[in-house]
Ligand binder design. Structure first.
Ligand SMILES: [Zn+2]
Length: 437
């Protein structure tokens, strides 16, 4: 099947809009407000397990589902592989990986939603906006991270998180934004809603109250399980507890389920689908699990498996939604692998590659790095293979990303186009066709 490119009319609209944020916003608004506009109801949900290579997926399968029942993300009917190589390097970061999905072009590491020329081109989120569809971004960490910014706030520096938040509100205005780290949205010194948030990475000064600005733009605002549950849309901003706080479990005894500000990502995703599906024209939604990448960098096999439960729970939410909305293309993949994770027998020693942070964070002793004689650290296993008397452990080659292909599984309209081995830009090509058909 041939993949369509942007129509000439749309291309001209985009040339005219380049560099003019206000114009971009107006184009989106006009398309949504036009009752005579496109009425096709096809939708796309993209789920990314950041850093989720084939060994991660296999470890999650063994530990959580065993060897008989196929885990939800691998039970989807179509399977393929995507390369992850960016421009100019062998190994991708999340910015270049997500940009290949969002604009269909390979780019350099660090560039978020921009080709190597840094010239603005429409992202899948903007293409969906223009089709009169609703759009959403969901994350377990902050929604201003590189992966989601590649869709909603293209920028040449992934660390400018407050600038990304401003761009989300003032340029692309996704209808639903849900994730952690409210600090990027409140002025410096403002207490916000969440008393015990994990530390902010962005130290830039910010005197703007972007939460107030969002409310002025018509966004409902939520900050805990109850207020998320109360959301009705059509526009919603939920800034809840960053799931990264779970890493304080051992040191501080933090229990997310005792924290009213923690909302499981599958719950955020379910609420997002409820809101976005009110639009008869369909929607485009990206949900990422950033925790998977953190666990890989830290050589924390236990957290890889725990995060895998989140990814599978999100796939189950979408599959249940698809029972009444079969016109949804679901894509589950990763931007790259993290850590060089490998499944081994329990008798093997571990290599000397250390994770990039101690686990637990700043506690006594390290649970994630191998002993001097290759003793297997507790966070590498052994892990029982569910339903058997067998165990496995994992090993790691690097605290960084690796360059292998990643699996992609899919179901729904045009999902068969993911069969085989493709560039990671295939995500853009197929999703664009579904969104514009
Ligand atoms: Zn990473």
């Amino acid at each position: 099947m041939e993949l369509k490119s942007l129509s000439k009319r749309r291309a001209i609209a985009w040339v005219m809009a380049a560099g003019l944020a206000a114009v971009i916003a107006l184009v989106g608004f006009d398309a949504r407000g036009d009752a005579q506009g496109p009425s096709n109801a096809q939708s796309v949900v993209l789920i990314s397990g950041d850093g989720m290579g084939i060994q991660q997926r296999t470890a999650i399968q063994y530990a959580t589902y065993g060897v008989k029942e196929r885990q939800p993300m691998d039970a989807l009917p179509v399977t393929g592989f995507l390369d992850t190589i960016p421009r100019g390097r062998a190994v991708s970061d999340s910015a270049a990986g997500a940009t290949a999905w969002s604009i269909g072009k390979k780019t350099r590491n660090g560039l978020v939603g921009l080709p190597p020329s840094k010239e603005r081109v429409p992202t899948l989120l903007e293409i969906a906006n223009e089709q009169g569809k609703s759009t959403g971004l969901v994350n377990d960490h902050d929604i201003t991270n590189a992966t989601l910014a590649a869709f909603g706030a293209p920028i040449d520096n992934r660390d400018r998180k407050r600038a990304i938040a401003r761009r989300l509100l003032r340029q692309t205005q996704p209808d639903v934004m849900m994730g952690g780290t409210e600090k990027y949205w409140y002025p410096v010194g403002h207490p916000g809603k969440i008393p015990d948030e994990s530390p902010s990475e962005d130290r830039s000064r910010n005197s703007e109250n972007l939460v107030a600005e969002a409310k002025g733009l018509g966004y409902q605002y939520a900050w805990n399980r109850q207020t998320v549950s109360d959301l009705t849309g059509p526009k919603a901003l939920a800034l809840v507890q960053d799931s990264g706080l779970q890493r304080w479990k051992e040191v501080r005894g933090y229990n997310p389920m005792d924290d009213p500000f923690y909302v499981p990502e599958a719950v955020l995703l379910e609420k997002s689908l409820e809101i976005l599906s009110q639009n008869p024209n369909g929607f485009f939604l990206v949900a990422e699990s950033d925790d998977m990448d953190s666990a890989g960098h830290e050589h924390d096999g236990r957290n890889v498996i725990a995060t895998g439960r989140t990814v599978n729970a999100m796939v189950e939410v979408v599959q249940e939604f698809r029972e009444t909305h079969p016109d949804v293309l679901l894509i589950v993949t990763a931007d790259h692998e993290t850590g060089g994770m490998t499944i081994e027998t329990k008798n093997e020693t571990n290599t000397n590659s250390d994770g990039d942070d101690p686990v637990p964070y700043y506690g006594d002793g390290s649970l994630n790095n191998a002993g001097p004689n290759g003793e297997v650290p507790p966070r590498s296993g052994p892990f029982p293979i569910k339903g058997t008397d067998r165990v496995f452990k994992v090993d790691w080659t690097t605290p960084e990303h690796t360059g292998g292909m990643v699996p992609v599984t899919a179901v729904g309209p045009l999902s068969e186009l993911f069969m085989g081995v493709h560039h990671n830009t295939r995500v853009f090509d197929v999703a664009q066709q579904v969104l514009t058909d």
